[in-house]
Design a protein around this ligand. Structure first.
Ligand code: ZN
Length: 684
């Protein structure tokens, strides 16, 4: 480890020569500008890549090649999200950068906003809701602007003219009835025909289902993920798969991905990782799904490498039938310090089990903690860009998970960006009771959030046991909420235990209060900002948070101890915590009851506690919260720009170092990606 630090220092000196903005040294949190811009319902942020300077020169080189592979898949996702997305993006960008456009006109500004939203969504449908965007510029404006473009800037395919191109694209952009939803989930409709995503062409849902039903072998212990990497097409009456591979669909992009993976393979950290990359190359070349499974198994077993990656066809949320995978990339490296934290927790799993406030008969005699790792994202691509998850658990194939395990990661530098960007947005000032709570959360919220997640994931879910003969599905529809409640309570209860400070997981015995206050403020009040007025709580994590906080609140009322209360000031309601230690006691009491419900399979009690505390919303409070939140003008969705990586090579082509630039703007980045990383667009 020490060796790599010395090497990294050398690289740092090399990289900082002659470059003022570009450096390998990570900017300090306080010097870093996390926010980029805000538009529509989006806020664009940037993230730091801390500790990158501690990677060895070879690791930096590997990381660099993987980041290049990650960027080459961007066009694939645009095309998967909709047949005309690439052509539309190309035209919008051409108009946007056309020097003859009047940049002050209302139409131009509307087009700019539309293009920014297209970049966020990798297409013309909202990234989250899936509804088609409504353009605020006129059809005439668009047509005139397109016709004024030099012909070499138009995405014209063989035999196409500007007129035929417009005839195709205008309804796709402007007619609300055409391609209205990217992924239609409405029961009773043909989900394939009514979804605008581009995983199928000319086939009905029934034809798709028949096609894949014939491929599946019943009772296969190692079932292939059929359909994962192809478009299903019907042409001249014949249905066939157009497979994503070199020489197949998306070849131009996948060739580039393979090119960079080959380079990465040559500087792999170890043989295991080299084998992983080799398998992934093979999969891209052949499109064989058996090879994909072999790759996934090798990947999950590689826990020794520092650098890790996802680059390929992974998640299936974009297909209404949940078979076809969108292209995504997440290039990352292990956060060594933070991973020590998860290791400490795992190593002490038995202590936690023994000291859990649940009945002895429900405790596990021998408990094994799950090791999860904390990572630093270095590059987001495809379906992880610009909106990104904060944790990933892969692979998806259930049989591989059962036989070989899975990797669970928390992406801490992304969480950091979310937290830092929310500082000063007025949220805490509006909803926290006093400056004391704000100071507490400023100091410890990020740290305790991460710790709570670790406790929840590494220990909470794995603790406790069912009594002999109890059906694991006894709680039926309430099972998921009860399980999440249990894992959350486990984390909350131990957060206030002196053991946390003793193990070095928290800096002092009041840090946990930041977690308690923010958890109760969220559970009793502010999470309602994500629920429509008049609706109940549906989402299971939101249910478990309300269950915990409302139950404890009521317990505190009936006991008359005022550990937590809701107080009114200037016509606004606030959560006030008067006694944190008492709060922990109540959390322990609830954990004991939730564990009893789980261990004994007490369906009636599960139903009763969920329906009483987790679901219903106080309409007046909800209204008040929504009004207060609306005034803050906070964008509900966040996206990111990536840092710009620059590799240096000596005159013999030998890699000499990496430098990062964090100053690129949002439009600037997308235009650069479209210029330098768009193998699938039609160019003259
Ligand atoms: Zn969970």
């Amino acid at each position: 480890m020490k060796k790599s630090i010395v090497m990294a220092t050398t690289a740092l000196v090399l990289a900082s020569c002659g470059a003022n903005k570009e450096t390998l040294t990570t900017p300090a949190i306080d010097d870093f500008n996390y926010t980029v811009e805000q538009f529509a319902d989006m806020q664009i942020l940037r993230y730091r890549v801390p500790e990158i300077e501690q990677l060895s020169l070879q690791q930096q080189e590997l990381l660099y090649y993987l980041t290049e592979a990650a960027l080459q898949g961007r066009d694939i996702l645009f095309d998967q999200n909709g047949k005309y997305n690439l052509a539309i993006r190309q035209l919008l960008e051409a108009i946007y950068t056309d020097p003859n456009q009047d940049k002050a006109s209302a139409d131009f500004k509307a087009l700019e906003l539309y293009l920014k939203r297209v970049w966020v969504s990798n297409g013309i449908h909202h990234h989250y809701g899936g509804d088609k965007f409504v353009p605020a510029f006129s059809q005439t404006y668009f047509e005139t602007a397109v016709k004024a473009l030099p012909v070499e800037q138009l995405p014209l395919r063989e035999g196409e003219t500007v007129e035929t191109l417009l005839a195709t694209l205008v309804p796709v952009i402007f007619d609300p009835a055409v391609d209205a939803k990217r992924v239609n989930q409405a029961a009773g409709e043909d989900l394939v025909l009514t979804s605008a995503c581009n995983y199928y062409d000319g086939v009905t849902q029934v034809e798709v289902e028949d096609f894949y039903a014939k491929m599946k072998q019943p009772n296969d212990p190692m079932p292939i993920s059929y359909g994962l990497n192809s478009k299903l097409v019907k042409k001249d009456g014949v249905i066939y798969e157009d497979v994503y591979k070199v020489g197949g669909l998306y070849s131009a992009a996948l060739e580039k991905v393979v090119y960079w993976l080959e380079k990465a393979k040559a500087v792999a950290e170890n043989d295991q990782q080299r084998e992983v990359i080799q398998k992934l190359i093979e999969f891209n070349q052949t499109g064989h799904l058996k090879t994909f499974d072999e790759y996934a198994i090798l990947w999950v077993k590689d826990t020794a490498s520092t650098i890790d990656f996802v680059t390929g066809f992974t998640e299936t949320y974009g297909d209404p039938l949940g078979m076809k995978a969108s292209w995504e990339a997440l290039i990352n490296f292990k956060n060594v310090e933070a991973t020590k934290r998860t290791t400490i927790i795992s190593d002490n799993a038995q202590w936690f089990e023994d000291h859990s406030p649940i009945a002895e008969e429900f405790k596990k005699e021998e408990v094994k903690g799950v090791t999860a790792k904390v990572i630093t994202a270095a590059m987001l691509g495809g379906d992880c860009y610009p909106t990104t998850p904060i944790g990933i658990n892969l692979p998806n194939a259930n049989w591989i998970r059962a036989a070989h395990g899975s990797k669970s990661v928390t992406i801490e530098n992304i969480t950091e960006a979310y937290d830092q960007a929310s500082h000063g947005n007025g949220f805490l000032e509006e909803f926290a009771w006093s400056p004391n709570e704000i100071a507490l959360m400023d100091a410890y919220k990020s740290q305790t959030d991460n710790l709570h997640t670790d406790l929840h994931e590494c220990l909470g879910h794995g603790s406790g046991k069912l009594l002999p003969g109890v059906d694991p599905d006894a709680l039926k529809a309430y099972g998921a909420v009860i399980e999440e409640t249990r894992a959350d309570l486990f984390g909350l209860y131990f957060m206030a235990d002196p053991k946390m400070v003793e193990l070095g997981l928290l800096p002092n015995d009041s840090a946990y209060k930041a977690q308690y206050y923010s958890y109760f403020m969220n559970g009793l009040m502010t999470q309602l900002t994500r629920v429509e007025l008049g609706k109940n709580i549906e989402q299971s994590h939101m249910r478990n948070r309300q269950l915990i906080t409302k139950w404890v609140y009521h317990k505190s009322q009936t006991d008359g101890d005022r550990a937590v209360e809701i107080r009114e000031r200037d016509g606004k309601q606030f959560v006030v915590i008067n006694d944190y230690k008492l709060l922990q006691k109540h959390l322990g009491e609830l954990l004991a009851e939730i564990q009893r419900i789980k261990s004994t399979g007490d369906y009636k009690a599960a139903q009763n506690i969920v329906e009483t505390y987790a679901v219903k919303v106080d309409l007046d409070l909800h209204k008040e919260i929504l009004e207060r939140y609306a005034k803050l003008n906070i964008a509900p969705y966040k996206g990111f720009v990536n840092p710009v990586y620059k590799a240096s090579f000596d005159k013999n082509g030998k890699f000499t170092g990496l430098s990062l630039n964090y100053t690129e703007g949002y439009a600037e980045q997308h235009l650069r990606y479209s210029r330098d990383y768009s193998p699938l667009t039609v160019k003259k």
